[in-house]
Design a protein around this ligand. Structure first.
Ligand code: ADP
Ligand code: MG
Length: 244
């Protein structure tokens, strides 16, 4: 990691009424790193991504992208600075075509593209995600997995510096999972830095340079995947979960 992390989250907190959804969370993502954000259901992972992407304002704490404070900035401004995210529940423009959905990801970024250049770029991204032959179909006609692919293509259209993935690998079959892991690795190789909320431990082990584990809004462990998954406090947090 270079001296200054690309994404630096410090002491971030957000309450919903009396519930401390995120409390004093700190984490860093270095340039070209993949960092895993783990934790049982309800531990505050999606809220943390919402705070980082500007979908929610924090009550306190700091989010810095390349040293620039973004905490509390609206999501369109955060997106323009180079932070893009996928949603745990996919969000697309259902009536627009697959290609149009990707082009829509290009207009409000730090490198906006329009017209023929945008269409050519979008097609190249669809090619990469294995969706080129569906470019002219309405997004609503895609299978769930293809909708997830399309959402990622739209994120990549913004040429993000930091990509936030919220359980992007959930629901894939074993073959799809291997392809998806390869794809995420190729993004890292292209220099995209990634913060991924993920439950698929095979993916966490093979992709993440390091991991941060949350429980009840707080960070309870940080380190390599192998180290945090062997940490007794992490094991306890997961075994207390309904899925244990
Ligand atoms: N917009 C909201 N309003 C009220 N409570 C919320 C809201 N978003 C999340 N929460 C609560 O905050 C806690 C953390 O949720 P979340 O960040 O979605 O967890 P995770 O993604 O780790 O499963 C949960 O108890 C959840 O019910
Ligand atoms: Mg979540």
């Amino acid at each position: 990691m270079t001296a200054e992390p690309l994404l630096e989250v410090s002491d971030l907190s957000r309450r919903f009424g009396g519930l401390k959804a995120v409390e004093g969370l700190s984490l860093q993502v270095g340039r070209g790193e993949i960092v895993g954000l783990l934790g049982p259901n309800g531990s505050g992972k999606t809220t943390a991504l919402n705070l980082i992407s500007g979908a929610l304002a924090p009550d306190s704490g700091s989010v810095k992208l390349a040293g620039q404070e973004t905490a509390g900035a609206p999501s369109h401004r955060v997106a323009r600075l180079g932070i893009a995210r996928t949603f745990q529940l996919v969000r697309l423009f259902q009536t627009m075509t697959v290609l149009e959905n990707v082009v829509a990801g290009m207009a409000f970024t730090h490198e906006p593209r329009f017209g023929a250049a945008a269409a050519a770029d979008a097609l190249a991204l669809l090619e990469k995600l294995g969706l080129a032959d569906r470019a002219a179909q309405p997004a609503a006609d895609l299978t769930y997995i293809d909708q997830k692919r399309l959402e990622l293509a739209r994120c990549l259209a913004s040429r993000p510096r930091v990509l936030l993935l919220d359980e992007w690998l959930a629901g894939l079959n074993p073959t799809e999972l291997q392809l998806a892991i390869g794809l995420v690795r190729s993004l890292k190789d292209e220099g995209v830095s990634i913060l991924m909320v993920e439950h698929v431990l095979e993916a966490v082990r093979s992709l993440c340079d390091h991991c941060v584990v949350m429980n009840a809004g707080r960070r309870i462990a940080a380190g390599t995947a192998a180290a945090v998954l062997a940490d007794p406090e992490v094991v306890r947090a997961y075994l207390g979960d309904e899925h244990a």
